[in-house]
Ligand binder design. Structure first.
Ligand code: SF4
Length: 164
């Protein structure tokens, strides 16, 4: 099975109540190999919710207890992010998932880029809390921007082969 950020499969779980439907992933969802996950919802954050950013650091630093996730008013959401990421990891382990395709730019799901922590729209290199935790536990993490038909076919073929 392959973990997918729920918003990429059209689930309305974004902070603003919207989603990020991804045409290719939606099409391949028919194969029944995807598990939709939203770490922020699993951390019991509501929809809609205040946007948050990792404060001038990255997901690895949050996992190490050296950085925080806060909204623009300074409210701390770090605990919810850690709880949600841990639940996603447990789901991955329960289903023996070895691959995740996650939404780029998110403080939870971002793979190559996240926001800086200044709430001014700027992004910086780094991964979100959930993406970092999955990677640290040996799961291959891709952003939706890394996904082409060829790569998706390859990942699905590997996944199906593992279960045979
Ligand atoms: Fe999408 Fe991940 Fe944000 Fe949930 S936490 S809305 S799955 S990007």
């Amino acid at each position: 099975m392959i973990l997918i950020s729920a918003c990429l499969l059209g689930h309305k779980v974004r902070y603003d109540g919207g989603s990020n439907p991804h045409e290719l992933l939606l099409k391949y969802n028919e194969r029944g190999r995807f598990i939709a996950v939203c770490p922020e919802c699993f951390g019991q954050l509501p929809v809609p919710r205040q946007p948050v950013e990792i404060q001038h650091a990255n997901g690895k630093k949050v996992l190490a207890g050296k950085a925080e996730v806060r909204d623009a008013q300074g409210h701390d959401a770090t605990h919810a992010f850690l709880v949600g990421a841990d639940k996603v990891l447990k789901i991955a382990q329960a289903y023996h998932a070895q691959v995740a395709i996650l939404k780029e730019g998110s403080p939870s799901c971002g793979v190559h880029q996240i926001h800086t922590g200044d709430f001014d729209g700027r992004k910086t290199r780094g991964s979100g809390v959930c993406a970092s935790l999955l990677e640290a536990n040996g799961i291959r993490v891709f952003s939706e921007k890394d996904i082409t038909i060829g790569r998706l076919e390859e990942l699905l073929a590997e996944d199906e082969k593992r279960e045979r």
